[in-house]
Design a protein around this ligand. Structure first.
Ligand code: AMP
Length: 357
């Protein structure tokens, strides 16, 4: 168990790091943010900050020496950075889950190998192989870059096989995976925390609504089909977490379908669809992640009171804050980002045990 006063290092300086840092502070830990970006909304709330490149080994070694444990809030941290740090300090979760989550093909193969249900998929490393993949998967389907896709970026839909060339251009001719289009009733996520001793706890699965490929809302109680499929999806995520000997919060995104839950992707970190847990659960995803990596007992993941709604404040939505502050049941989170850009997550609002006014 890390004693209070220890320093937890976080790779990445965004809002997830900011909310992790606040949770760590509550438990008596100091936080050191490591990120290459000039702006770090996480470092604004922490004692220590290293602004340095992911491959700057002298700076990484100094960071490791200054930390008692290290974690990450950003899933595109280079795996080599995590491997290098692991030689100097305990890093949770480890490099393996990160490596798998960074590669959509490796991720689908890994989950299918564990017996999990995924969309039909085939590798499309180049345009010729896309033709072969299309012969197997058919249309409608979705072409996704294997690496660096997020919030619906790096994706193109194929309504018919004739769309293949245009889709290949849209994703920038990168190595890709072709997935059969899943007819789903709802999207939901499973967020779990796994402790150093292997204990696993789950938060309730929210129904997630995306707009323009970006999460818009997460809410409880979910529709019946999500509630019915939550246990099977949890079992799939537990298999994954156990196989990785994972420590910390792990998220799986699923489609609820007539055939049962279909695994879409995982994030080896706290997740946007779990922001509601700050006010809506006994212990938030951020606090339990810190507890897990610090070797502390895990806290209850129970939902305090229904209903719960979390709404992202994206781009110009940030202007809604004065009105949200006037709603006495609304908890407002402003990430303190200076640049307002379309599609950028700038904050979120949560109603716990109450509905939006
Ligand atoms: P992803 O980046 O994989 O999370 O995809 C972004 C969004 O695209 C998902 O949240 C779904 O709404 C949609 N999507 C992704 N893959 C599929 C699929 N195989 N079938 C249907 N919709 C999908």
């Amino acid at each position: 168990m890390l004693p209070p006063g220890s320093t937890i290092g976080i790779l990445g300086g965004g809002q997830l790091g900011r909310m992790l840092a606040v949770a760590a502070a509550q438990l008596g830990y100091k936080v050191h943010i490591y990120a290459p970006d000039a702006e770090s909304v996480a470092a604004e709330v922490t004692a220590h900050h290293s602004q340095a490149a992911w491959d700057d080994e002298p700076r990484l070694a100094a960071f490791a020496a200054a930390c008692d444990a290290v974690t990450f809030e950003f899933e595109n941290v280079p795996v080599d950075t995590v491997r290098f740090l692991s030689g100097h300090v305990a890093v949770h979760p480890g490099a393996l889950g990160l490596e798998i989550a960074q590669d959509r093909l490796a991720e689908k193969n890994f989950v299918a190998g564990l017996g999990g249900r995924t969309a039909p998929f085939a590798a499309a490393p180049n345009n010729d192989e896309l033709t072969l993949a299309l012969a197997r998967i058919g249309a409608p389907s979705i072409l996704k870059t294997v690496r660096m896709g997020y919030d619906g970026k790096g994706q193109a839909r194929l309504a018919t096989p004739a769309d293949a060339d245009a889709a290949w251009e849209t994703i920038g001719r990168h190595a890709a995976i072709l997935e059969g289009f899943v007819a789903f009733a709802h999207e939901f996520s499973v967020i779990l925390v796994r402790g150093i001793d292997g204990e696993v706890r789950y938060w309730d699965s929210t129904a997630n609504v995306h707009e323009g490929g970006i999460l818009a809302t997460a809410s409880l109680p979910p529709p019946q089909i999500v509630a019915e499929q939550q246990d099977e999806a949890r079992a799939m995520m537990k298999e994954i977490a156990d196989a990785l000997d994972y420590v910390g919060v792990l998220t799986g995104e699923f489609f609820a379908t007539e055939d049962g839950p279909v695994f879409n992707e995982m994030a080896p970190r706290v997740h946007n669809s779990g922001h509601w847990t700050i006010e809506g659960a006994v212990t938030s995803q951020f606090e339990n992640h810190i507890r897990a990596i610090a070797g502390l007992p895990l806290g209850s993941t129970a939902t305090r009171q229904l209903p719960v709604t979390m709404r992202n404040l994206i781009g110009a939505d940030i202007g809604l804050i004065p009105a949200l502050l006037a709603d006495e049941n609304c908890h407002v989170h402003h990430y303190s980002k200076t640049e307002v850009r379309e599609g950028r997550k700038l904050g979120h609002a949560t109603w716990a045990g109450a509905s939006p006014a």
